[in-house]
Design a protein around this ligand. Structure first.
Ligand code: SAH
Length: 235
């Protein structure tokens, strides 16, 4: 079976033999963009049921119908990685979400800081980015997105966990931390960085460990990739 078979996230009950009617968006993508015809195979998946092979039984651009053929994979148990991030400009934010999804983030938590520019996060658009990145990267569990909160609330929400905070220009160790088995909590700041007050607030918390990502100042989206790559190397 070709590994280039299209994967589609479908948030419904998945079981061999079922006939499902796809959403307008997914139908349009399969019928018009990929021009798949009746009999074409695809993979469908979600966290609850796992991944299945399916075939198109009706390729109509507004309402494709597919038949589920067989189960391919059970759902996956991922390390829980929560990424607290200060929302940056939208097009760079989509890049951040896409790369972080590929690198295993399971929950996105927008964090509003003093220098956050984008204070009106469009969660539905970010969810679509996470969905598409999960389809492309072979993930079965798509990332979850939380409503934005202030940095103080983020710190108290995870007071019982270690928060690995990427803070530039402070005396901090490069990434060599042992990971908690059940949950890794990360925090990256906005384009303008954490304010001095926020840095002191973070450094004053016993559960916050500052992380040094090297001698240069990275863009927030680069810092996210750098931090997550360090974690992926330890898995
Ligand atoms: N304050 C910087 C810009 C911040 S970069 C400036 O003066 O230009 C955006 C975010 O990426 C920072 O808040 C921090 O979370 C992270 N970051 C960037 N470079 C980093 C580094 N070398 N070490 C740790 N974190 C870094």
């Amino acid at each position: 079976m070709s590994s280039t078979i299209q994967r589609i996230f479908i948030d419904e009950k998945l079981e061999p033999g079922l006939i499902l009617k796809l959403s307008k968006e997914d139908s349009n993508y399969l019928a018009n963009v990929l021009r798949l015809e009746n009999g074409a195979k695809l993979k469908i998946f979600n966290e609850k049921y796992g991944e299945f092979l399916a075939e198109i039984v009706s390729s109509y651009h507004k309402a494709c119908e597919i038949k589920i053929l067989e189960k391919l994979k059970d759902t996956e148990k991922l390390l829980s990685i929560i990424l607290g991030f200060a929302p940056i400009k939208h097009y760079r934010l989509c890049f951040l979400i896409e790369k972080a999804t590929e690198l295993g983030v399971t929950e996105f938590q927008p964090v509003i800081t003093e220098r956050t520019i984008n204070r009106n996060v469009k969660i539905d658009k970010l969810f679509l980015t996470g969905k598409e990145a999960s389809e492309q990267s072979g993930r079965i569990v798509t990332p979850k997105f939380h409503e934005q909160i202030k940095i103080e609330k983020f710190i108290t929400s995870y007071k019982n966990h270690t928060i690995l905070a990427a803070i530039e220009s402070v005396d901090a160790k490069p990434f060599d931390f042992e990971l908690d088995n059940d949950k890794v909590v990360l925090l990256v700041g906005p384009e303008g960085g954490f304010s001095e007050r926020e840095k002191q607030l973070l450094l004053s918390q016993s559960n916050v460990k500052p992380v040094n990502l090297g001698p240069r100042i990275l863009r927030a989206e680069t810092a996210v990739c750098c931090l997550l790559s360090s974690i992926n190397c330890k898995l």
